[in-house]
Design a protein around this ligand. Structure first.
Ligand code: SPQ
Length: 403
């Protein structure tokens, strides 16, 4: 009975809803719109702080951006139209912004400095700075290039032939943005498939890039052409509602026009393995990005083990998957997820600690966590802290005390 459960909502969740636009795609649309020639319009842009930071950095670099509250219009002047910013570029809390801008600005012939908030200044930047230096970039970071602030004296770069040590869309995208401006063939190889929004967006803006398995090849320099972008709903936002429905008996939700890019929806494969009833209808193509309505119904779930190649495809969903696993019968193991340690917080620690504080049976491991699901045992309750991390805050928001 719904009212006897501690986790989940008291009443079944029923209806249709649209989640906000995809964060990763919004960042890229703002950057590519500014460096393309001609007009780009963006519908469905995510007006969260992170993407607004990207937009404000692009404005500071000279991009002509107007926002009527619905449609964003960028009149792009090509890579060569960007100009030296008058002040430091502040990315706020956005790792995507700082890393992608490193790649973009390393090839522009001017000086720029990138800063962010305290969390950004603790996140590793050497993963981007080292390969950019191999391309010839004059780029420096605090503590032997490990952290921001970052200073860049832009110059002509060599193309990259680089094997990424970890699957990272931000590293890949930074190097692709640099490679698009360098003369010759850039070839990047990843150990696993990270999200491919940059590759799709290069094509949407008339650029050329080949992907074969985990190898991505482009020949620079390239000139891009402005286009009309529709940003689908963010699967990572939809994930919170999917879990809310899955843990609340009697629920059925339809989440409309959500991005279902295969590199982003590893969680759907996992949920099906756990016994979830989840399906896609009304499939569409939005500028090369697949989108669909997602229909999800409550179902009792069983534990699963997740690791390997699936991890990059559900990395941002792991906190909410951990919560879900507390309500799935048996022992769920999440492994090969050490990358979680270098997100806005160490998401292995924050997920485990905060769920433990309210009574979950969960333990930390070196590269993930183990969750013992007890669907029939209420949590003890208590207070928990998002630790300033949006994905932890949203996960904890599902907690609804009994009584
Ligand atoms: O921008 P930020 O803060 O790094 O965003 C996060 C998030 O959870 O909001 C990570 F903290 O998502 C990353 C994601 O984990 C966004 C992203 C992208 O848009 O390219 C790629 C992923 O990171 P990675 O490790 O693949 O580079």
């Amino acid at each position: 009975m719904a009212e006897e459960r501690f986790y989940g909502y008291r009443k079944p969740l029923k209806g249709r809803l649209q989640v906000p636009g995809d964060k990763s795609i919004s960042h890229r649309a703002a950057i590519f719109g500014a460096v393309a020639h001609g007009t780009t319009t963006i519908r469905g842009f995510l007006r969260g702080d992170d993407c607004l930071s990207t937009l404000s950095c692009m404005r500071a670099l000279g991009a002509d951006v107007t926002d009527d509250g619905d449609l964003i219009t960028i009149r792009g002047t090509g890579f060569e139209g960007l100009k030296e910013p008058e002040s430091v570029l502040n990315v706020g809390n956005s790792g995507t912004t700082i890393r992608l801008l490193c790649g973009l600005l390393a090839a522009r012939p001017f000086f720029s400095v990138l800063i962010g908030d305290a969390s950004i200044h603790r996140r590793p930047m050497d993963r981007v700075l080292l390969p950019l230096k191999k391309m010839g970039a004059d780029i420096w970071g605090r503590a032997d290039d490990r952290y921001a602030p970052i200073a860049i004296k832009g110059r002509t770069l060599e193309p990259a032939v680089y094997q990424l040590p970890v699957a990272s869309a931000q590293v890949k995208s930074a190097l692709l943005l640099a490679g698009l401006q360098a003369k010759g063939k850039t070839v990047l190889t990843e150990p696993g498939a990270s999200r491919d929004h940059t590759e799709r967006m290069i094509r949407a803006f008339g650029g050329r890039i080949e992907s074969e398995g985990q190898a991505h090849t482009l020949i620079g320099p390239q000139s891009l052409k402005g286009t009309d972008i529709r940003v689908p709903g963010d699967f990572s936002s939809a994930a919170f509602f999917i879990v809310a429905a899955l843990i609340t008996p009697g629920s059925k939700l339809c989440l409309t026009s959500v991005g279902i890019n295969p590199t982003r929806i590893g969680m759907v494969d996992l949920l099906r393995q756990m016994g979830a009833d989840i399906s896609f209808t009304n499939e569409q193509d939005w500028n090369g990005e697949p989108a669909a309505d997602i229909v999800v119904r409550y179902a009792p779930l069983k534990a699963a083990t997740v690791g390997g190649a699936l991890i990059p495809k559900l990395i941002d969903e792991i906190p909410i998957i951990a919560l879900l696993a507390t309500q799935a019968e048996g022992k769920t193991i999440i492994k090969d997820a050490a990358e979680l340690k270098v997100k806005e917080t160490n998401r292995i620690k924050t997920t485990v600690n905060e769920l433990k504080r309210i009574g979950a049976d969960i333990e930390e491991t070196d590269d993930g966590m183990i969750i013992y699901g007890h669907p029939d045992q209420p949590f003890s309750g208590g207070s928990a802290d998002s630790c300033g991390d949006h994905r932890i805050g949203m996960m904890l928001g599902h907690r609804q005390p009994k009584g």
